[in-house]
Design a protein around this ligand. Structure first.
Ligand code: PEP
Length: 253
């Protein structure tokens, strides 16, 4: 059985006080309302991870993610945060290769592959993002493009390590735009990607890999999207900034 996962990417939002309120509301609602077989992850700004980890840690089906980490282990990299630092404060997951990091910070698949390695070496779970632009979606070859992001970012892993990775398919044209992929479009891509995973790692491992959908997912459309056979949950941006809505999304399976 694949894990069902809902992860909230808060991006660069919220003051410390606001973040504490949001996290404690989410924690209480998850404890009281969300099925224990659904894993709920919050990804606040890095500055708040230490504090908010103490909120999520006692809840068995909750995790806490960093939105990024360095591809270097340690040393003279001003402003960077290493995977081992994240591990040392109890971070469980790291989002790798979000389209905003690829676009605004020019992160290449090669760097992302290094980040995936270092996250795994430190015993955390990478949530590896992939997805095509609007231009690509309107042209040809976008399935192959998204598959190539996986090939270049995670297909160097051994089967054992690959089994620890979570994938998030996030069409860039649907991120923060209010445009959601239809459930059929999400299912089509997820099934295609699962086939791609199977071609490298075999059907059994592909069938165990959670593939999340991300892109304007909200409490109204989550149920329909999550009902698709190859969609195993969501990576949620805007809607993760409201505790009620985010929890309702986690209750949508
Ligand atoms: C995201 O950035 O990962 C995301 C899915 O954003 P939104 O839900 O706001 O589209």
């Amino acid at each position: 059985m694949r894990k069902k996962i809902v992860a909230g990417n808060w991006k660069m939002n919220k003051s410390m006080d606001e973040a504490m309120i949001l996290a404690s509301e989410v924690v209480h609602m998850v404890k009281d309302e969300v099925n224990s077989d659904v894993q709920v992850i919050i990804a606040p700004p890095a500055l708040y991870l230490t504090t908010l980890q103490k909120h999520t840690e006692p809840v068995a089906n909750m995790g806490i993610a960093a939105q990024n980490c360095s591809n270097k282990a340690s040393g003279a990299y001003t402003g960077e945060i290493s995977a081992s630092m994240l591990k040392s404060i109890g971070v469980t997951h790291v989002i790798i290769g979000h389209s905003e990091r690829r676009q605004y910070f020019n992160e290449s698949n090669e760097q992302l592959a290094e980040k995936v390695n270092i996250v795994l070496e430190n015993g955390m779970t990478p949530i590896f993002c992939c997805g095509e632009s609007l231009e690509q979606r309107q042209g040809e070859g976008f399935f192959e493009f998204v598959a190539s992001q996986l090939t270049e970012g995670i297909f160097h892993l051994s089967s054992e390590d690959f089994g620890k990775v979570v994938i998030a398919y996030e069409p860039i044209w649907a991120i923060g735009t209010g445009l959601t992929a239809s459930s059929a479009q999400a299912q089509e891509m997820h099934a295609y990607l699962r086939g791609h995973l199977a071609s490298k790692y075999g059907q059994a491992i592909a069938d165990e890999t959670s593939i999340l959908y991300g892109g304007s997912c909200n409490e109204k459309n989550a149920e329909e999207i999550f009902s698709q056979p190859d969609v195993d949950g969501g990576l949620i941006g805007g809607a993760s900034l409201k505790s009620r809505e985010f929890t309702n999304i986690a209750k949508s399976f």
